[in-house]
Design a protein around this ligand. Sequence first.
Ligand code: M6R
Length: 608
Amino acid sequence: MCGIIGYVGDRDASFILVQGLKRLEYRGYDSAGVATFQDGSIAIRRCLGKLENLERLLREAPISGTVGIGHTRWATHGRPSEQNAHPHRAGKIVVIHNGIIENYLELRAALADRGRTFSSETDTEVISHLIDERVQSGQDLVHATRSVVHELEGSFSIVVMHEDSPDRLVAAKSATPIVIGLGENENFVASDIPAILDHTRRILFLEDGEMAEVTRDRVTLSTFAGDPVAREPRTVAWDPVTAQKGGYRHFLLKEIHEQPQAIIDTMRGRILQEQSDVSLDELAKADWLAQARRMVFVACGTAWHACLVGKYFLEHIARIPAEVDYASEFRSRDPVLDEGTVLVVISQSGETADTLAAVETARERGAKVLAICNVVDSSIARKADAVIYTHAGPEISVASTKAFTTQLTVLYLLGIYVARRRGVLSEPGAHALIQDLVNLPSHVEQCLKRERAIEKVAKKYGNARDFLYLGRGINFPIALEGALKLKEISYVHAEGYAAGEMKHGPIALINEEVPVVVLLPKDAVYQKSLSNMKEVESRGGRIIVVTDAPSPELEDIAWEILPVPTSNPCLLPVLLTIPLQLLAYYIADYRGTDVDQPRNLAKSVTVE
Ligand code: M6R
């Protein structure tokens, strides 16, 4: 996500802001900007691309001042551009923002009716206009900000400057992080501790629904309701690298733990619980989607596993014929495509060369392309006819985790969306599916709470040379994903198989040396998978079962049981994935591999 820094003190603000933003570069960004109080007004410098560009701009057109704010933007609303880069000004107000304002279109329309004009495509700009309206009517900055946050729906943290209050910043937090750093005759605001760690280790953490008024010698905390908050600062002992990882040992572990929030961010604003429907504004003009005769899913690696689950959703929920292909294979065959076919491509980065080539092939042959991407305005997103973004935030570790579970979240939403528009899903049916999705983040939290038990299992089996993963139906792709995760980060050989295929060959591999991870949800194929498990047991395989239905019978057969909460069969793939991610992580950690940068792998494969 985006990076935020603010400074109030006696030193050169623009230098401190840019240095702080550099400490947040690891999060990924597409544009950057700073604003400082200079000679009675606020000066802003923004640019597209890397911080080097901003530094060059500041050399060419320097800004002075000892109070200011800085931001690196990871695009969500509006493409990456100088106009969409933060800070955003309206009248006397300048704002930087992290997160998503769900009701911004509504707010923007109301502001336009009141005569306000906009210079960007962002949701952020509405915040600066709303606060400016209030300061224009005589409210001070704190009161104006407080009254505006009540109007905003979504997750956000903001930092605000007011041209008539040159000695202060006001910060507010709803769901995305904000910390206040305390110095001597200077104070700091940041989205993440690394941004200010060079200057102070005394940190005040804002909670959701709290605000801070920050001057050089005072920090005043209050709630959105206006009640004062008393809180002691904490002294953090993190070194800069640990701080970037949010205190986790690796980005991968941090990203595994970010999944409940990433899923919330991905479904936010897209579910209409009362109407039992899904709202995907990005598909407003894509009537070809509901009219499609067939869908072809195409991707690479983990995203290809998401495609396999997506095929199941679209067939099962929306009753539309679907097939799946590797992007590298799709582009090299002679696919039959026409205007009744929709190509659904999935890519975290939006830059994978084979997937991009598949998009071009499909477009040349007259098919429509729907992309599911995590990176706004990436090459695939630009070439597609429509895009649904996952809001996983930057995924830094090479192995994909939160991108995968947010891809499944989007595919589930897509299944409901298409099904409703094709008239094949009743209102009560959609209502039940949506309710289960709302509960998903807390179920993922419960999976994560079993981390210590999974770590113990990982240490016990961490020396094995081969693993087999078995799953059936919608969970077969999860077996593939579990095996991929293990092999790419721990370098242990692992195979994922459809459980029913085991007796057609892989059963020959089974002996006392081979741990077999069996995905065994209590679904329609439970008994069949249980029979496969017994076949493994009778050949001496060491069974690790992942299930939402632990039982004494399973205890007799399995060496280890990794329980997950239960849900509807379409959401169990997400829940079964979490223990597999943790198992792979802890086996890799036990074996001492380079977890975040595994050998031979690149985050974005931009070559064929
Ligand atoms: O950026 P993309 O989603 O298009 O990347 C696709 C694959 O390269 C990617 O999922 C890869 O398999 C990961 N290393 C899996 O963890």
